[in-house]
Design a protein around this ligand. Structure first.
Ligand SMILES: [Fe+2]
Length: 420
């Protein structure tokens, strides 16, 4: 017995020495030590009023990650009374190299309060960063919507995010309407995307959704479930079975947000009943909310611009449910144009704007533009940002939901609102 214990202890000591040595070698040989946190990302996997989820990666298995946080006092440093939370570590294989995704969810936070935090472990910590919890009562707030950020190069995306968050540093959160990267199962593209997103992703939470490109693999024509998306974004697990962390809903202020997955074709091999699963879930989810506003996100637009790219099955699955539950706005992407429909109900213009659903295609926030797009008969406003990417600022205040759409350079493309 003693011999077994001794052997286990010796093996443990040897393993610790190997890990420590690996960390030391890595720290000495690389500008970014493996134990230093990278791609620090804020999301909400639970209530935005009282929790904050933080994820980050390290390049190899070094000490177990921790998050330290405290209410923000004067100055930007981490106060000495910071609370520590041990992170959960999950290995992820990327191009044959093992990395660790660390996740910590801070709970029991005060609503409407700014906190300072840092993540890491002995040997490597992030700089002190901050976030703000959602207020307890429904106050006016804004969030940012970005069209597809995809391409192989993310310099334009970096510029759009910098501009949008620089002019709206008080945004509660931001989202990308799918197609964040060109090849969703290519870890190098995610590294480039997160690198560009460091402009804001560690100080303003991101609540993204999947597009068809999140299902693409580096092998042309092969598809996969969007496992790199779900591994890196820690989102609410309240979605339908088999789609948790990918299809979800959450509340902020007086708005209920629903993030859906329109990739029935790309995911057919893995989840042939993807639309049916979501329909049943969506019906229940929307029936349960008491929020004044309901806003949905869906990568492929039900009311598309290009007839050749129609999304009939997606439209048939979701639109009747969304309209029955009076969802005010549905944001989509996929087409890389900015398009806004009249308020619609049952495929016709609604009797009053507040009785219809406005379908918005968000344009593009990355390098990929479409030249041949054209408006559909249902579009009240249509603009192709072929020259310059764009972003949307959505403000919700009481019974008014207002949207401003800007070019990267600051010119206004569209400005509209819904009043209840
Ligand atoms: Fe797409």
């Amino acid at each position: 017995m003693t011999g077994i214990k001794h052997g286990v202890r010796m093996r443990s000591i040897a393993a610790l020495l190997i890990i420590a040595l690996a960390c030391l070698v890595s720290a000495l040989s690389s500008a970014a030590p493996s134990s230093a946190p990278q791609q620090v990302t804020l999301t909400w996997s639970d209530d935005p009023r009282t929790t904050q989820t933080i994820a980050w990666q390290t390049a190899s298995f070094c000490p177990r990650g921790r998050a330290q946080y405290a209410e923000a006092a004067a100055g930007n440093g981490l106060p000495v009374n910071a609370v520590a939370v041990v992170a959960r570590g999950e290995p992820l294989l990327t191009d044959g190299e093992k990395i660790i995704i660390h996740t910590a969810t801070l709970t029991g936070l005060k609503p409407g309060t700014r906190y300072i935090y840092r993540v890491g472990a002995d040997g490597g910590w992030s700089e002190p960063l901050s976030f703000k919890t959602a207020p307890d009562e429904a106050r006016a707030f804004k969030f940012l919507v970005f069209g597809d950020t995809q391409n192989d190069v993310y310099d334009l995306w970096r510029a759009v995010l910098r501009r949008a968050c620089g002019t709206n540093p008080d945004a509660a959160f931001w989202t990308v309407v799918g197609d964040l990267v060109e090849v969703g199962q290519d870890p190098e593209q995610w590294d480039a995307w997160f690198d560009a997103s460091q402009e804001a992703i560690d100080i303003i939470p991101v609540m993204p959704l999947t597009g068809n490109h999140e299902y693409y693999t580096p092998l042309w024509g092969e598809r996969s479930l969007p496992s790199m998306f779900t591994a890196r974004f820690k989102l609410p697990g309240n979605g339908p079975e088999g789609m948790k962390g990918q299809v979800y809903s959450f509340d902020y202020g007086d708005v209920h947000f629903v993030m859906l997955d329109s990739q029935a074709r790309e995911g057919a091999r893995f989840l042939p009943d993807m639309l049916e699963r979501q329909k049943a879930w969506l019906e229940k989810d929307l029936a349960a909310t008491k929020k004044q506003w309901k806003v949905a996100f869906l990568h492929k637009p039900p009311y598309n611009s290009e007839t050749a790219r129609g999304n009939g099955a997606v439209k048939a699955a979701f639109v009747p449910i969304l309209e029955r539950h009076r969802v005010a706005v549905v944001f989509s992407g996929h087409e890389h144009v900015y398009a806004r429909t009249y308020p619609l109900h049952d495929d016709a213009v609604a009797a009053a704007p507040s009785e219809g659903t406005v379908y918005v295609t968000a344009g593009r926030a990355g390098g990929k533009a479409r030249v041949k797009a054209r408006a559909g008969e249902w579009h009240e406003v249509y603009y192709n940002p072929a020259e310059e990417p764009n972003y949307l600022v959505v403000k919700v205040a009481g019974n008014v939901l207002a949207v401003e759409v800007y070019k990267l350079g600051g010119d206004l493309i569209d400005n509209w609102k819904i009043e209840k």
